[in-house]
Write a protein that binds this ligand. Structure first.
Ligand code: GLU
Length: 414
């Protein structure tokens, strides 16, 4: 049978499994197997050449039993409705795992910002906010950055929302520039959370950071900051990649140099001649592999060839269910996406709290709070996994879904 690469249906299987293990019945699964709300919008934009193009966008709100929904907006040519549904469910899990008072949401627009001018991206961002304004807001659903969106785009979105709502509403969106109410540490938060997971996983396996060889797939927001943090711990980053290829040096790459040369979409390998492919990168001999790019990268086809002893998922959905099983059977410690990448939404929550109270924290305060949340979440999930003898993904789903399930039960929904 062909492997299931559909993120939505494969997520449903794990949610069902997790709810079963927690003792919930079919009714709870019926409630949580899909988003409560899914909005599809069409956004007409005037291009620079005077023509009009109509883009399709989505906002999926998985569940608001716990509180407002929360999650990023991605601008990518491969955005689909099913992907939005899966990603919104993962946000519910992430918020449960780090114990935030939110449910999950996700948004996206089918577009390729690499081919668009700044003006076109701005008009599209503003158009998206106008199109979804009815269902979002600081106490309803709070967007944030995701693949190919950044603090500038958040600023335009916030500005557009303030015009519709006629108030200055910094808590409408997170991941903003600091001068507009952004939080210290938000930009590097995802990578910081991944770093904490790498360190904790290494400890569990008795490994010392400075002796490790690390391979990172992807050089975007998460991958690039992560490469820097890893090399700062003294570990050797021996491989990195972008959408066009990968670089490998068994003696360690010069990360500062690469960071200096990367463009705003994380492209750097096009400047080099001796590149390898992304496929080869994943199979390199290393201690820790961090997929920090896109979905379905480790599959039944290559899971047997992974040589790392720890895989930490910084991207959303990089490993298929079948591959998860193969890696686990081979004794590889897999730290799942919903735990490893939860640092971003955690600091988004801190940003929203600071916006609501109008009092701002120092970077040290943010980092300290993030550290506590991530270490607690890691320990909690690791303990569930070892005591129940299940993989960390299923354990993370159990921990992540529990809060929403309990809230829905108390509300009398199920
Ligand atoms: N897009 C990020 C994620 O997938 C961050 C979401 C947020 O900050 O709300 O976790």
């Amino acid at each position: 049978m062909a492997e299931n690469l559909n993120l939505f249906t494969s997520t449903q299987v794990v949610i069902k499994d997790a709810l079963n293990k927690l003792g919930y019945d079919e009714g709870m699964y019926e409630l949580l197997k899909e988003p409560l709300r899914m909005l599809e919008v069409r956004i007409p934009i005037k291009l620079d050449d005077g023509k009009v193009k109509v883009y399709t966008g989505y906002r999926a709100q998985h569940n608001d039993a716990v509180g407002p929904t929360k999650g990023g907006v991605r601008f990518h040519p491969q955005v689909t409705e099913d992907e939005m549904k899966a990603l919104s469910m993962w946000m519910t899990l992430k918020c449960g795992i780090v114990d935030l008072p939110y449910g999950g949401a996700k948004g996206g627009i089918i577009c390729d910002p690499r081919q668009m001018s700044m003006g076109e991206v701005e008009r599209l961002s503003r158009g998206y906010v106008r199109a979804i304004s009815q269902i979002v807001g600081p106490s309803k659903d709070i967007p944030a950055p995701d693949v190919f969106t950044n603090s500038q785009i958040m600023a335009w979105m916030m500005d557009e929302y303030s015009r519709i709502d006629e108030f200055n509403s910094p808590g409408f969106i997170t991941g903003k520039p600091i001068v507009l109410g952004g939080s210290q540490g938000r930009e590097r938060a995802t990578a910081q959370g991944v770093t904490i997971c790498v360190e904790e996983a290494a400890k569990k396996r008795g490994l010392v950071m400075k002796d490790l060889r690390i391979v990172i797939q992807g050089f975007g927001n998460a991958g690039s900051f992560l490469a820097k943090f890893m090399s700062d711990t003294g570990a050797k980053v021996i491989g990195i990649s972008d959408a066009y290829g990968a670089l490998h040096d068994p003696n360690g790459l010069d990360i500062d140099y690469l960071l200096d040369r990367r463009d705003s979409f994380g492209t750097v390998t096009t400047l080099f001649e001796n590149t390898i492919t992304n496929k080869e990168l994943l199979e390199l001999d290393c201690d820790i592999l961090v997929p920090a790019a896109i979905e379905n990268q480790i599959t039944a086809e290559n899971a047997h060839k992974i040589r790392a002893s720890i895989v930490v998922e910084a991207a959303n959905g990089p490993t298929t269910s079948e591959a998860t099983k193969i890696l686990t059977d081979r004794g590889i410690l897999l730290v799942p996406d919903v735990l490893a990448s939860a640092g971003g939404v955690t600091v988004s929550y801190f940003e929203w709290v600071q916006n609501n109270q109008g009092y701002y924290w120092s970077e040290e305060e943010v980092n300290e709070k993030l550290y506590k949340k991530m270490v607690n979440a890691f320990e909690n999930i690791y303990t569930v996994a070892t005591t129940r003898n299940i993989d960390m993904r299923l354990a993370a789903y159990m921990v992540g879904v529990r809060k929403t399930a309990e809230a829905a039960r108390f509300r009398g929904w199920v």
